[in-house]
Unconditional design. Structure first.
Length: 352
């Protein structure tokens, strides 16, 4: 091994070491860094228009874009989160006091079922009411307790939250101002052909914008509509259930029906016919169609990722990265597909 090769390998080892060390340093605030980068990608087109209007005044355009992001994204999300945690704490207290008893609700449904349905469930081993009551009550209690405890932990870790929030805003400002130059430097450093770099960067930004802009808007619309209908029907904790429906709407092929369908069934079996029919009609004709109308408009067909891949990658991402995973999972899946497409196309033999 000559001196030049030794120097190159040593430098590569140093490069890997300092890169891993830098990532390790950022790890405690990876959420702030991640969402600062995501918001910068989403708001970059608007920032470019502001630059043209403001005669390329970088600082003013970045500050204006940051303020807009605060007004239309961050402040509403913060207010909604605080309200949700308060609602979760109320539901938790209702379950503990016995005011909300999901086991009793299940028993009412079982009592209203026809005998043939009961016989089928008995053969399947699903008529052990006491066990199912305990399971439903315990599950509801644990879920609401989780939300209530998170409300307490947020209050206890308010200082850490403020620090992360400040880092996100600080990083967002500089990514908006210097993002174009930083993107060019990253592209230059990547040891790939210009065509491959252009394709991968385009896929990365497209999927992030489509996932956040499309899925979040669709989920917010379905959750809001579901929460309004629950409130109209007098269901306690409408805000909490609306948030759960919005969360489930992030998952393709699952959706808000996991919440409103059982409630509609409960209404029908307990004699509240008009409430059940109204909820079913609203769920099918309004909540169910929101995805079919809004998602093509907001997302389009740019991502070109099959629905089953989006579902699996979203679930896996959320298991590994929490709520951030609903963006990280599809992005990794899209880059995986794009990288293998590039690899397979590069291996194809040229035709004469």
């Amino acid at each position: 091994m000559n001196t030049v090769e030794l120097q190159q390998k040593t430098f590569l080892l140093l490069l890997v070491f300092v890169t891993v060390a830098f990532g390790w340093i950022l790890l405690p605030f990876y959420g702030a860094v991640f969402w600062g980068s995501v918001l910068a990608i989403i708001f970059t087109p608007f920032h470019r228009r502001l630059l043209a209007v403001m005669n390329q005044r970088q600082n003013l355009a970045a500050l204006t874009t940051l303020l807009l992001c605060l007004i239309i994204v961050i402040l509403p999300v913060t207010i909604m989160t605080i309200s949700l945690l308060q609602e979760g704490a109320i539901v938790y207290q209702g379950i503990r006091s016995g005011e909300l008893n999901f086991g009793a609700y299940f028993q009412q449904i079982m009592g209203a079922m026809p005998p043939w349905v009961t016989n089928v469930l008995d053969r399947l081993g699903l008529t052990n009411i006491s066990e199912l009551q305990d399971m439903l009550s315990t599950g509801a209690l644990q879920g609401s307790q989780f939300i209530a405890m998170h409300a307490l932990s947020i209050g206890q870790n308010a200082f850490e939250f403020v620090i992360s929030f400040g880092i996100m805003l600080y990083l967002l400002f500089f990514l908006l101002r210097d993002g174009a130059a930083l993107s060019i430097r990253i592209k230059q450093a990547m040891p790939l052909s210009m065509e491959h770099k252009r394709h991968l960067f385009s896929k990365f930004t497209t999927v992030i914008r489509a996932t956040v802009k499309g899925n979040v808007v669709v989920a917010a619309a379905q959750g809001t509509l579901g929460g309004i209908m629950f409130s109209f029907l007098g269901i306690q904790g409408a805000l909490l259930w609306g948030f759960v429906m919005a969360f489930l709407s992030l998952l393709p092929a699952v959706g808000a029906g996991l919440i409103w369908v059982p409630v509609a069934v409960y209404f029908l079996f307990t004699g509240a016919i008009w409430q059940g029919v109204t909820l079913i009609a609203f769920g099918v004709l309004v909540i169910g169609l929101v995805d079919n109308i809004l998602r093509p408009i907001l997302v389009g067909r740019d991502t070109k990722i099959p629905d089953y891949v989006i579902l699996i990658s979203t679930l896996g991402g959320m298991v590994l990265f929490g709520l951030n995973g609903f963006v990280i999972g599809p992005v990794i899946a899209a880059l995986f597909i794009a990288a293998w497409d590039l690899f397979s196309s590069s291996k194809e033999a040229p035709t004469d």
